[in-house]
Design a protein around this ligand. Sequence first.
Ligand code: NAD
Length: 250
Amino acid sequence: AGRFAGKSVLVTGAGSGIGRATARLFASEGAKVLAVDVTDGVEETAAGHDGIFAMRGDAGSEADVTAMIAAAIEKQGGIDVIFANAGISGGLPGILDQSVEDWQALLQVNLIGPFLAIKHGAKAMLDAGKPGAIVCTASVAGLRAGAGGPAYSASKAGVINLVQTAAQQLSGSGIRVNAVCPGLIETGMTQPFYDLARAKGKGDQLGMLNPLKRGGEPIEIATAVAFLASDEASYVNGHALVVDAGLSSS
Ligand code: NAD
């Protein structure tokens, strides 16, 4: 039972934070989930959760992405949903301090990663004649300056444009491509900021920048991703869904 009963799902960056919460939500609603990460956190994501299978892989590597999709098809009988979520933050450096290598390493995961997931995921869906849904993780950092370092923000702005272009180019296929733009969520990525703020006795102020006056939980992004991936969102395409408690609009 559940919205994803019998569906085959691939989640990247599933060893922590938003990816872990989303993999578990999909599985709890009946999906078979291939959870992929570069770290052993992915085995922890799967442990004790029926329907989640752990796999190591690099979301920024074309060989690894094709291997993930092949594994999902082989182990789970197809590929219906892809959540291209893996991302790295690169800290908060100034534009004068970043190297070309910093940019390339970050773009490889944050922007080329979603491109590879869309390219090979859509190909597999077209081959099978079964159009599915692809969701990519962007960020409020991709909507306006100031929420991340220069390469990070540019990568996330790129993801928002990429899902629009992909939706357009896959026109007529039935495949839907969307993005989610999280605000500040407490995960491995933001832990250093939370730790620093708490050490200064200002931990409760981190979420105060938004109208709901609190930080978000990974499950609050997972529920939005599940909506975009579900048949309930059958007419939502090329869209970037902002889930940030009003941060970017206030
Ligand atoms: P996280 O660090 O807790 O999780 C990210 C996971 O991605 C980690 O387990 C990491 O090992 C994995 N990963 C990194 N590079 C990878 C690669 N090349 N291949 C496979 N896996 C890889 O952070 P999170 O907050 O859950 O991040 C998930 C996504 O959400 C990222 O794309 C991030 O940019 C985005 N995001 C996070 C926030 C936030 O406030 N936490 C806000 C906006 C967007």
